[in-house]
Design a protein around this ligand. Structure first.
Ligand code: NAP
Length: 335
């Protein structure tokens, strides 16, 4: 099994290498590609010291699976080409997620959808993936009627330069310097910005609509009632979300806790008396999504629940999910 990572020097790309290592994927070859700025850099991995190369047709001709994490422009330019050269692409951009021929996969939810792909498989948006893990359990056991999500998204969701911007603003503030703004619409330090990606005609942002479009596709529920408000907060890593649901069947916090306890990918962190609840600081670097503050909804009563989640968007929201998709493919190929 020959792997390539495109965008290997970025924050998602780096995490992809770590996920391959931590999950002990047996691979015969790992090649790392990035922009011309990084060509020749050496990255130490469990698969050896690897020299970063540029993107080329030769790379895809000689790779079986390529994990793409270099942004939309690169995905649009190279993903279809790679697929025609016989390399299966697992893409992290939003370019192909809404194409009906391209499966959009969360392995815990719709693994079977993977089997019909046109050489490209899409990885969901980070906010969608983190919320979908607990929401799917509610859908399966109680049926979802309505979902309302408010997000608290880390700056690393916008890439390594955005993460560096928050760090630099913090240092500059402490030194009394003028703060530079490059990656966000406003200063992010000591602020929050309810604006991620472009505003759409319906006055929601594209980030918010991604949650709607993608949840519907992954759950195969094209009419599910769902809305989202997405907010960038001055946190380095891990997205958090406040989630309110109305269900078809009666639901209680006790019943859902029992289910979440057995759900792969969820860690219940929910002991308010001990100040224990999901937080980005402790969700960072973890594969599981933390779920807590589980309570009966004041609005929907017996048919509703409210809870809070924190999950590492670089992992379940990107690199980990992509590597889990690769694991499914490998299982299928080796059958
Ligand atoms: N960050 C997240 O939480 C997150 C979550 C889900 C999905 N995603 C998606 O994952 C992708 C990567 O995001 P990221 O946050 O990792 O971004 P990033 O930290 O800015 O990394 C971008 C990567 O792309 C490479 N790259 C840029 N221009 C290139 C070019 N012309 N040719 C080849 N490689 C090029 C960069 O190489 P250099 O280092 O050489 O510049 C770097 O390796 C994006 O599509 C993003 O939407 C991100």
């Amino acid at each position: 099994m020959r792997f390539a990572i495109v965008g290997a020097t970025g924050i998602v790309g780096r995490e992809m290498i770590t996920c391959l290592e931590k999950r002990h994927l047996k691979i015969d070859q790992l090649r790392l590609a990035a922009s011309p700025r990084s060509i020749g850099k050496i990255i130490k991995t469990a698969y050896g010291k690897i020299t970063v190369e540029g993107i080329s047709e030769e790379l895809f001709k000689n790779s079986d699976i390529a994990l793409f994490a270099a942004g939309s422009e690169i995905s649009l330019k190279w993903a279809k080409k790679a697929a025609t050269l016989g390399c299966i692409v697992i893409d992290n951009s939003s370019c192909f997620r809404y194409d009906p021929k391209v499966p959009l996969i969360i392995p815990e939810i719709n693994p079977k959808d993977i089997f019909k792909h046109p050489g490209i498989i899409a990885n969901p948006n980070c906010t969608t993936a983190i919320a979908a893990i607990p929401l799917w359990e509610i859908e399966k056991h109680f049926g979802l009627k309505k979902i309302i999500i408010s997000t608290y998204q880390a700056v690393s969701g916008a890439g390594k330069e955005a993460m560096e911007e928050l760090e630099k603003q913090t240092c500059d503030y402490c030194q009394g310097k003028k703060l530079e703004i490059k990656n966000f619409q406003h200063q992010i330090l000591f602020n929050l910005i309810p604006h991620i990606d472009k505003f759409q005609e319906n006055n929601y942002t594209k980030e918010e609509m991604k949650v709607v479009w993608e949840t519907r596709k992954i759950f195969s529920r094209p009419n599910i009632s769902i809305s989202c408000t997405a907010v960038r907060v001055p946190i380095l890593r891990a997205h958090s979300e406040s989630i309110v649901v109305e269900t078809k069947k009666k639901i209680t916090p006790k019943k859902i806790r029992e289910i979440f306890k057995k759900t792969s990918g969820i860690k219940i962190v929910d002991d308010p008396k001990k100040n224990s609840y999901p937080m980005p600081l402790f969700a960072s670097q973890n594969f599981e999504v933390q779920v807590g503050r589980i309570r009966q909804s004041l609005i929907f009563g017996d048919y509703g629940l409210e809870f809070f989640v924190s999950g590492d968007q670089l992992l379940k929201g990107a690199a980990l999910n992509a590597v889990q998709i690769a694991e499914l493919l490998i299982k299928r190929i080796s059958k």
